[in-house]
Design a protein around this ligand. Structure first.
Ligand code: ATP
Ligand code: MG
Length: 572
C-alpha cells in the first residue's frame, strides 16, 4: 500500500479530550476519529488493526468448536420483557419505536435473542453441546463514556453462548472458552489474567473476568502474591483479622447521648472511641423489603456482595422514611431490637464491646456484644476488601492493582433457558432445560488495551499480530535518486510476495516527518532506503520495539524483515 493513496492523518500534539495514553495515541496516530462522545470512526489504519484482532478471535473460537452466527442489533422489547431485564437494564439500554409504534431496543448484549433462536432450533440431546458466537456492534448508553474505545456508547463485542445438557457438560464448554480466551489475548500480545468476578444474583464461583493490568483500569483487583488468588474488588473475599474489641464489658450495654452525631466519625468522637469501634448500620430495600446490614465503622459495605447473598434483583438504600419505619432515624440506626433481617459482616465476629445506634435520635449504645446478638440473621462477608486485608485462601496480606476488563466468561445456569422455556429431549425422552454459558470479549476495548500496554515516548509499539501493517518502507531520496526508488520498489515487491503486509511512505515529506510518523504509528519493522546508505551498499532494517537495527543489501532486506517478524511473533 502507498501512503499517498490512503487516508492517514497524524497529530503532533496530544488531543485535549484524551486522558489516558492509549486514547491519546490512537487519536494521534490517526487510527480513530471522534464523531461525538463515545462514538468513533475507525480510519483505514485503525480498521486494519481491528480486523486483525477479530481474525485472531475467529480462529480461536472456531478452533474451540464454536460456530459463527450474526444476530440483529435491533431487537423487539418483548424478548427483554420475557427475561425480566427490560426494566433492569434501565437507562443504559437505547430504546426506540418503529413506524408502527412497536417498542425496540438496540442490543446491549444478546442473551435474549440467542436463547430465542436456540430454543426454536434445538430439540434433542443429539444437537448438544452447542456453542455459537458473533462479532457485532453493541449499544450501551453508558453514564460516563470515556477513554475512547474503553467505554464507548457503541462498541464491537465478540459474544459467545454455550448450550448443554447438564451443569457438568456446561463446565466443559466453559473451560473450552476460558482456554480459548487465554490464547486470544496472548496472540494479541496482551498480558491478561483471569480473576474471579461477580456473578450478580446467580452466585457461585462461576465467572471470570480477563483483566489487563494498567494504572488507568477502571476495575480494582485484589491479588495475593503468595498463593495467586485474584478477584475483582466487587467480589473479592478476605480472611477477617481478629476483633480488637473482643473483651466483653462486665457492666453490660449503656445508652449514651450523642447529640448531632450522624456519621461514624461524629459518633466516634461523641462517644470517645475509635471509628473502628462503631458499628455502621445500613438499611436497604431488597426487592422492596427492608434488611439491615452491619459492618465495622471504617469499612465500606459492598452492595454487589449483599445483592448476591440476598439473591434479590433490586437492592437500593432505604430512604429516611423507610429507615425510620424499619429501625430508627438515619444516623442513629442500630440492630438492637429490630424485627427485620440483619446481615452482619464476618469482620464483626468476636466483637464484644461495640457502639451501635440506639434507633433514637441523638443516642447510641456502648458496650454492645455484637458477637452474640440474637437479632443477627446471618454472618456473611459483605464489605469491600481493601489493600492489606488478608487472602481468603492463605491468609497473606493482599494488594490492589488496577485492571481493564477485556473479557468475561460466565456460567449462566438456567436463568435464560428457564425464562424462554428452552428445553430438549434427553436420551430417555425426558424434557429438560438447557444449561447455558455466555462469553464476551470487548473487541474494540481489547484493541485499545493492546496500545495501553505497548507504547513508549515516541508512540505505539504494535505487536506484529495486530499491527495495521507489519512493515513500513521509507524511501528518503526517491524523487532525486532512481536507484533509491528502484531499491524501495524491489523491497516492497519482495515483501508482498512473501505475504508480508507493507506500507510505503511515498509522501513528499522531510525524512524527520516520516521517521516520527513511523514511530508514532508503531509499525513493528521500519526499512529506510536512502542514497547515503545505498552508497555503502545497504538499507537500514530496524525493529520498533527494541530499536535494534542492521544494514543489509536491498536484495536480502525482505528476508531479514521476515526473520525479525518471526522472532517478534515468538515473543508472544
Ligand atoms: P464493564 O464492567 O466494564 O462495564 P460489563 O461487565 O458491562 O463491563 P459485559 O457485559 O461482560 O461488560 O461485556 C463483555 C465485554 O464487553 C466486557 O468484558 C468489555 O470488554 C466490553 N465492554 C463492555 N462495555 C463496554 C463499553 N461501554 N465500551 C467498550 N467495551 C465494553
Ligand atoms: Mg463485567
Amino acid at each position: 500500500m502507498r501512503w499517498s493513496r490512503t487516508v492517514i492523518s497524524t497529530l503532533r500534539e496530544d488531543p485535549q479530550e484524551a486522558e489516558i495514553a492509549s486514547h491519546k495515541l490512537m487519536l494521534r496516530a490517526g487510527l480513530l476519529k471522534k464523531l461525538s462522545g463515545g462514538l468513533y470512526t475507525f480510519t483505514p489504519l485503525g480498521v486494519r488493526a481491528l480486523h486483525k484482532v477479530e481474525e485472531i478471535i475467529r480462529e480461536e473460537m472456531d478452533a474451540a468448536g464454536a460456530q459463527e452466527i450474526l444476530m440483529p442489533a435491533l431487537q423487539p422489547i418483548e424478548l427483554w420483557e420475557k427475561s425480566g431485564r427490560a426494566s433492569r437494564m434501565g437507562a443504559s439500554m437505547f430504546r426506540l419505536k418503529d413506524r408502527q409504534g412497536r417498542a425496540m431496543v438496540l442490543g446491549p448484549t444478546h442473551e435474549e435473542v440467542v436463547t430465542d433462536y436456540i430454543c426454536k432450533e434445538i430439540s434433542s440431546y443429539r444437537q448438544l453441546p452447542c456453542t455459537i458466537y458473533q462479532i457485532q456492534t453493541k449499544f450501551r448508553d453508558e453514564i460516563r463514556p470515556r477513554f475512547g474505545l474503553m467505554r464507548a456508547k457503541e462498541f464491537i463485542m465478540k459474544d459467545a453462548y454455550s448450550f448443554d445438557v447438564s451443569f457438568e457438560a456446561a463446565d466443559a464448554s466453559y473451560k473450552a472458552m476460558y482456554d480459548a480466551y487465554e490464547r486470544i489475548f496472548k496472540r494479541c500480545g496482551l498480558l491478561a489474567r483471569p480473576v474471579e468476578a461477580d456473578t450478580g444474583a446467580i452466585g457461585g464461583n462461576h465467572s471470570h473476568e480477563f483483566m489487563v493490568p494498567a494504572p488507568s483500569g477502571e476495575d480494582g483487583i485484589l491479588e495475593c502474591q503468595k498463593c495467586g488468588y485474584a478477584a475483582n474488588q466487587e467480589r473479592a473475599e478476605r480472611k477477617p483479622a481478629p476483633s480488637k474489641f473482643a473483651e466483653e464489658f462486665s457492666g453490660g450495654p449503656e445508652e449514651v447521648p450523642t447529640p448531632g452525631a450522624h456519621t461514624v466519625a461524629e459518633a466516634a468522637e461523641s462517644v470517645g472511641v475509635p471509628e473502628e469501634q462503631i458499628v455502621k448500620s445500613l438499611i436497604y430495600m431488597a426487592d422492596g423489603n427492608p434488611v439491615m446490614a452491619i459492618v465495622e465503622g471504617t469499612r465500606e459495605l459492598n452492595e454487589c456482595k449483599l445483592r448476591r447473598i440476598l439473591g434479590c434483583s433490586e437492592l437500593v438504600m432505604a430512604d429516611d422514611v423507610q429507615s425510620a419505619e424499619a429501625a430508627g432515624p438515619v444516623g442513629s440506626i442500630g440492630p438492637l431490637g429490630v424485627r427485620i433481617p440483619v446481615y452482619a459482616d464476618i469482620g464483626l465476629r468476636g466483637a464484644k464491646d461495640m457502639v451501635v445506634g440506639a434507633n433514637r435520635e441523638g443516642f447510641h449504645i456502648k458496650h454492645v456484644n455484637v458477637d452474640s446478638l440474637s437479632e443477627i440473621t446471618a454472618w456473611e462477608d459483605i464489605v469491600t476488601v481493601e489493600p492489606d486485608d488478608l487472602c481468603p485462601r492463605c491468609g497473606s496480606p493482599m494488594r490492589v492493582v488496577r485492571g481493564i476488563e477485556v473479557g468475561h466468561v460466565f456460567k449462566l445456569g438456567t436463568k435464560y433457558t428457564d425464562a424462554f422455556n428452552a428445553k430438549f429431549l434427553d436420551s430417555e425422552k425426558n424434557s429438560r432445560v438447557m444449561v447455558m454459558g455466555c462469553y464476551g470479549i470487548g473487541v474494540t476495548r481489547t484493541l485499545q488495551a493492546v496500545v495501553e500496554q505497548n507504547f513508549d515516548k515516541d508512540g505505539i509499539i504494535w505487536p506484529v499480530s495486530v499491527a495495521p501493517y507489519s512493515v513500513v518502507v521509507l524511501p528518503l531520496d526517491a524523487e532525486k535518486d532512481p536507484a533509491c526508488a528502484a531499491a524501495a520498489e524491489r523491497i516492497v515487491k519482495d515483501l508482498e510476495s512473501a505475504g508480508i503486509d507493507v506500507i510505503v511512505d511515498d509522501r513528499d515529506e522531510r525524512p524527520g516527518v516520516k521517521f516520527k510518523d513511523a514511530d508514532l504509528i508503531g509499525f513493528p519493522v521500519r526499512v529506510v532506503v536512502g542514497t547515503r546508505s545505498l552508497g555503502k551498499g545497504g538499507v537500514e532494517v530496524r525493529m520498533r520495539r527494541t530499536g535494534e537495527s542492521v544494514t543489509v543489501p536491498p536484495e536480502s532486506a525482505a528476508q531479514r524483515v521476515s526473520e525479525m517478524l518471526s522472532r517478534m511473533r515468538e515473543d508472544f
